[in-house]
Design a protein around this ligand. Structure first.
Ligand SMILES: Cc1cc2nc3c(=O)[nH]c(=O)nc-3n(C[C@H](O)[C@H](O)[C@H](O)COP(=O)(O)OP(=O)(O)OC[C@H]3O[C@@H](n4cnc5c(N)ncnc54)[C@H](O)[C@@H]3O)c2cc1C
Length: 558
């Protein structure tokens, strides 16, 4: 990894910290990645502070339906899991990272069970396993039928709440990294939406910072991600000078409940496991259009299915396709997919007797803050894991149900690395923020959020072209002037203002990478470059910001 440059750092415009707190390690985010890191560090005796934007369970983890992939079944092996992951990643997975994932995954899932997560089992007490797109084996463990994430989140939140040694600050938006003159991590700044001593902007001084802030789905109008998924971790890392990679690979989930043409924000997901159990994709004439497009038909990797749906929508002029699970019968819907059944019925659709309208929506960021196999970013003392990170596991497209597993496995690796360094006396001593020079980034007003989402959906969505993305880039560049923040008028910034500014930086970096990659690969689909081009593009694009200037270049030109 290219070492971080020690030039001036950019930070969000914000009031000076009014309070400070000190700890060994501060973990940002309370999904599977953040809470697993905190629990493992705490078990070894380090002082840990978890900071999270809303309530502890407000990230994507709680919403995961399908399950967690691991070679736990008879006849399955880590090698087969690795093979399926590499195929989905379309040439850009880091094979070593995938090997770590699939070999350490089964034991990490067992430790999650020891922490308290209860997975669905057969009468003999064996964990039930299902299939999802791109997997050639049944290897997806699930809980509560289709409520896997809710159960994992419950178990981790309970364990963290029971541990007096883990300090928690909820409703706290982390703003920026603090660094010393050598560019090493010194802590972070945050804004607490509370009352009392820790209200408003404060600073945490720490020996290591672990970013576990989840995804960036809110960059687009329709997404499966919750409102907190605004790419804050990636924006913070860019401002801190860290490398960010593979941003162009945004996975659009093929089957999101279609509720109308003008929806915004989080939309209900119809898990791939529904197709895994035998539901079909059909058009308005009830033709199974995925048959013949891929040997796995409806269970092809997600990018293939999202493209298949989008293509059929274009051919037939329809706004959505349908999922047909009527042959499951009521009992199976109730037992296996209670959450999805309830969600569909609450929107007036009964999957037992009706076709479910579905269309693709932004779902998962395969890229993120670039890390090595121990979770180090290119900034000393700054770690990243979970969806905010890019470990190299997903390549150009994530294999279904690999992300909860990635969060678990790499969180444990980060905890192990921090503990090793601590034991060897190599963890940097706690020090003050002494960065030589800091440039403050002007903020965008919160109204910019909807404009960013519209521009990105229209120009950098499932289908992309040079023309569509040039329009998006131009629109993004003009937003700062169109929506300046009120701070200049003497008002204190609001959370929505900082979030809009983060979304803008992430959208700008994502668009730059997507424009540069002139090929179609994994979940990056260029209408003007329809083929995969290994000669030019079998490489990663790396974005970094220096002196406030964002650059995106192929890895070999860094
Ligand atoms: C609907 C849905 C279904 C899914 N189904 C599956 C599945 O079946 N299997 C699978 O493997 N994956 C699935 N995924 C993906 C998976 O859930 C996520 O990738 C994973 O949970 C991410 O975990 P995380 O810990 O990295 O982040 P999250 O769980 O998203 O947590 C991020 C945390 O960071 C906090 N945060 C964010 N910004 C800040 C900030 N600035 N300051 C402080 N805190 C901040 C958030 O509040 C949150 O606590 C699904 C995702 C969705 C949305």
């Amino acid at each position: 990894m290219t070492p971080v440059l020690h030039g001036p750092r950019t930070r969000l415009a914000a009031p000076a910290p009014g309070w400070t707190v000190a700890t060994d390690v501060v973990v940002v985010g309370s999904g599977v990645a953040g809470l697993t890191t905190a629990l493992r560090l705490r078990a070894a005796g380090l002082k840990v502070l978890v900071v999270t934007k809303a309530m502890l369970d407000d990230g994507s983890t709680r919403w995961a339906q399908g399950g967690i992939a691991a070679a736990l079944g008879e006849g399955d092996t880590p090698q087969q899991h690795l093979d399926d992951t590499l195929v989905a990643g379309a040439g850009l997975c880091d094979a070593e990272a995938v090997r770590v994932l699939v070999t350490e995954g089964p034991a990490a899932v067992r430790r999650l069970i020891e922490t308290g997560a209860a997975f669905d089992k057969d009468p003999e007490g064996e964990i039930l396993l299902t299939r999802e797109g791109g997997h050639h084996r049944r290897r997806i463990a699930h809980a509560g039928g289709d409520a896997t994430g809710a159960e994992i989140s419950r178990a981790l939140v309970d364990a963290v709440r029971l541990d007096d040694g883990i300090e928690l600050i909820e409703h706290a938006l982390v703003l920026d990294l603090l660094t010393d003159v050598k560019g090493r991590t010194a802590g972070l700044t945050l804004h607490v939406m509370g009352e009392g001593q820790r209200d408003g902007v404060g600073a945490v001084h720490a020996r290591a910072v672990v970013l576990a802030t989840g995804g960036m789905g809110q960059v687009f109008s329709a997404t499966t991600n919750p409102a907190v998924s605004t790419g804050d971790g990636v924006a913070l890392a860019l401002r801190a000078g860290a490398e960010v990679t593979d941003l162009e690979f945004v996975q659009f989930h093929p089957t999101v409940l279609w509720l109308g043409p003008d929806v915004e924000g989080q939309q209900p997901l119809i898990s791939e496991a529904v197709r895994g159990e035998g539901a079909y994709l059909v058009d308005a004439d009830e033709v199974r259009f995925m048959v013949g497009q891929h040997e796995l038909a409806e269970l092809a990797p997600r990018d293939i299915v999202a493209k298949g749906i989008t293509r059929r929508m274009q051919e037939t002029g329809a706004e959505h396709m349908y999922l047909d699970g009527r042959h499951f019968g009521e009992q199976m819907w109730e037992e296996r997919f209670p959450t999805i059944l309830a969600s569909c019925r609450s929107h007036g659709i009964d999957p037992v007797t009706e076709l479910i309208p579905v269309a693709p929506a932004a779902h998962y960021a395969s890229g993120g803050v670039r890390t090595d196999l121990r979770g180090h970013t290119s900034v000393s003392g700054l770690y990243a894991c979970g969806e905010v990170a890019c470990t190299g596991v997903h390549g150009a497209n994530r294999l279904a149900s690999n992300s909860l597993l990635e969060g678990l496995v790499f969180a444990e690796r980060i905890a192990a690395d921090i503990l090793d360094r601590d034991a060897a006396g190599k963890l940097t001593p706690r020090h003050e923020d002494t960065a030589l020079e800091v440039q403050r980034v002007p903020l965008l007003a919160s109204e910019a959020r909807a404009d960013i989402q519209r521009l990105m959906t229209r120009g950098v969505g499932v289908l992309r072209s040079a023309a569509s993305m040039a329009e998006a880039a131009e629109g993004l560049a003009g937003l700062a002037a169109a929506h300046p923040d009120d701070t200049n008028k003497g008002e204190s910034p609001q959370v929505e203002t900082w979030e809009a500014t983060n979304l803008h930086l992430v959208a700008t970096a994502l668009t730059a990478a997507a424009r540069l990659r002139e090929e179609t690969r994994g979940c990056h689909w260029r209408e003007d470059f329809p083929d995969r081009d290994d000669l030019r593009w079998n490489t990663h694009l790396i974005s970094r910001q220096q002196d406030g200037v964002l650059t995106t270049l192929p890895q070999e030109q860094q």
